[in-house]
Design a protein around this ligand. Structure first.
Ligand code: IMP
Length: 209
């Protein structure tokens, strides 16, 4: 960790997001700024989150691993927020679940491949139901707190109009009547796994103000 970076960031109302994902940080910042928090990423403090090995079998377990790892490295200087998320296809015994980012062979990282492969696996399966999961872990001086969000949907042929990422184009949200790949960010946030977990986090932060 870079000591200078740690000292230069104001300890007041700062939350460290245990992630290198700038898009996630911007999303969290947008949600938490009205409560008086600013969100900094692991990069800002020179932390390498790749070293936090996600070995748990649950989203809650892996979220806790990331949060504890970062909180330990900064010796509790700031509250730490970590998230773990993924998608479970019920007809495939909840595959890929906690391995949503890592299951593809030969290092395939592109989601066109992953989503096509999932649809192939579901081809002769009548059960196309699935669910996105997200568990946020906040560690502060009061201890560790977890906030979970789930969003149920159905796997469909890809539909994408420019928003969204990952599995969004094949995730049909029944209440929207469109896939997350077609929904606006606002529409997605209002019902998504991450949106719901964030709302639970916000309720908690408001309760301790
Ligand atoms: P992580 O929590 O950033 O490690 O993401 C886990 C995996 O789940 C990644 O492969 C993401 O693409 C996928 N994932 C998590 N949330 C979403 C989402 O909102 N839309 C699409 N894919 C998601």
């Amino acid at each position: 960790m870079e000591e200078n970076a740690l000292e230069s960031a104001s300890a007041r109302e700062t939350i460290l997001l245990a992630s290198h994902n700038k898009a996630k940080a911007r999303e969290m910042e947008k949600l938490l700024a009205p409560l008086g928090y600013r969100v900094i990423t692991a990069d800002r403090l020179g932390l390498n989150m790749e070293e936090a090995k996600e070995t748990a079998a649950t989203f809650a377990g892996n979220s806790m691993i990331k949060a504890r790892y970062a909180y330990g490295l900064i010796r509790g200087a700031y509250p730490v927020l970590a998230d773990d998320s993924g998608i479970c296809f019920h007809g495939l015994d909840d595959f890929p679940g906690v391995n949503s980012a890592r299951w593809a062979p030969d290092g395939h990282t592109d989601y066109a491949y992953k989503t096509r492969k999932i649809l192939d696996l579901l081809k002769d399966n009548p059960d196309h139901s699935c669910a996105f999961h997200c568990v946020l872990t906040l560690i502060d001086e009061r201890g560790a707190h977890q906030f979970a969000g789930v969003c149920e949907g159905e796997a469909v042929e890809p539909r994408y109009t420019g928003e969204g990422f990952g599995y969004d184009p094949i995730f049909l949200a029944p209440t929207l009547g469109k896939t997350f790949g077609e929904a606006t960010l606002e529409e997605k946030d209002a019902i998504s796994h991450r949106g719901r977990a964030c709302q639970a986090l916000i309720n908690y932060l408001e309760s301790i103000r």
